[in-house]
Ligand binder design. Structure first.
Ligand SMILES: Cc1ncc(COP(=O)(O)O)c(C=O)c1O
Length: 381
């Protein structure tokens, strides 16, 4: 059976050019980048080149890039490295990597978002306190794709003399990023969201930002993150960043056209269907769709059986399917959140795949509404 992948916000495959860059590094450039001999120096050169490529993607300086093991570590380092003993302001739709890290800080305030999934910068301003040490607001939401006004929020934080971190894991690779213009002090990225290997990420840390390490040992990464550097991972991240610099804008345009076609066809062909986050600025590849009267779990399984991989707006916790905190945060009821799925497009998807997905969705939704109206809904003949 032909299988189609529509879950690129969860992870992406390693691209051919990244694989080509990483493979020889794994076998030939095996020196420890801290060693002073030839092997170490070659590894160091490759690491420095990757650092320049990532800095260039973000409009940062190479020395402002700290390599990490991915988005979760970058978020934890940013938050615990600047605000562990203070108050943190974040939003209700942050990723668990941020929500989890802030529970380890002295106190925090979660600012709500509107029905589209966008935070109002004035609400962030009102949440600031004399003991606030950090504002952490994601660039783009992983479930809805909604883009937050981080530039305005960074300005508010700067006026109050507070550092701002942005979880850019769903921003980098899907949107232009310029940390200088945006004014954030820290920005997290993760390689596996943009065709680099898993377990490789980075944190941009503005030169003036004082960061306390969360990992201790050697003097790696200018004393900001101890541990022998993952050179192949960094090289993969760097090559992926270079690809985006060259092809990003045309690929984003292509994805947005595909996404718009997907949404329009679904709305036209399947009744009682809604786009979560509609009307908000969104990343070009992401669509979160609600089908009244459907439980997303059987829909996901039915689609998987036909060869289509999408994601549901629920997560299994302690044996029960819990609706997503993001969908609840935009005001959806438990039932509405449970009837939503996320489709996230990527490099392998084309118009014929999108058309095939819409056909499969129309079939599965009609079938499920007929046989298993899991959630009380209007009658479907
Ligand atoms: C917005 C956001 N932040 C952080 C993470 C965590 O990144 P990683 O999987 O690299 O730890 C993810 C991954 O899903 C994400 O979507």
């Amino acid at each position: 059976m032909q299988r189609y992948y529509f879950d690129h916000n969860a992870t992406t495959p390693v691209s051919p050019e990244v694989l080509q860059a990483v493979t020889p590094v794994m076998t030939e450039v095996y020196g420890n980048a801290s060693s002073i001999h030839y092997f170490g120096q070659i590894a160091r050169q490759r690491l420095d080149e990757a650092r320049r490529q990532i800095a260039s993607l973000l409009s940062a300086k190479p020395e402002e890039i700290v390599f990490t093991s991915g988005g979760t570590e970058s978020d934890n380092l940013a938050i615990l490295g600047t605000a562990r003993s203070g108050h943190v302001v974040a939003t209700t739709i942050e990723h668990p990597a941020v929500l989890g890290a802030i529970t380890q800080c002295a106190s925090s305030t979660l600012v709500p978002v509107d029905g589209r999934g966008i935070v109002d910068p004035d609400d962030i301003r009102r949440a600031l306190r004399p003991d606030t040490k950090l504002v952490s607001v994601m660039h783009a939401n992983n479930e809805l794709g909604t883009i937050q006004p981080i530039e305005e929020i960074a300005q508010i934080a700067a006026e109050a003399g507070i550092a701002m971190h942005s979880d850019g894991v769903q921003g980098a690779g899907k949107l232009p990023v310029n940390v200088r213009e945006t004014g954030v002090a820290m920005y997290s990225i993760s390689g596996h969201k943009f065709y680099a290997p898993k377990g490789a990420g980075a944190l941009f840390v503005r030169k003036e930002t004082k960061l306390t390490p969360t990992m201790f040992g050697g003097h790696h990464e200018r004393d900001r993150r101890a541990g022998t550097e993952n050179v192949p991972g960094a090289v993969g991240l760097g090559r992926a960043a270079e690809w985006i610099a060259e092809h990003g804008p045309s690929e984003w345009q292509r994805l947005q056209e595909l996404r718009d076609r997907l949404e329009q066809d679904i709305l036209d062909r399947i009744p009682d269907t809604h786009i979560n986050g509609a009307g908000a600025p969104r990343t070009p590849n992401t669509s979160n769709i609600r089908f009244d009267g459907i439980d997303s779990e059987p829909l996901l399984i039915a689609l998987d059986l036909k060869g289509f991989a999408v994601s549901s707006g629920s997560a299994c916790s302690s044996g029960a399917t819990e609706p997503s905190h993001v969908l609840k945060a935009i005001g959806l009821s438990r039932e509405q959140a449970r009837s939503s799925i996320r489709i996230s497009l990527g490099r392998s998807n084309d118009a014929s795949q999108v058309d095939a997905l819409v056909d499969a969705l129309a079939d599965c939704v009609a079938h499920l509404r007929r046989i298993a109206p899991a959630i009380p809904a209007p009658a479907y003949a």
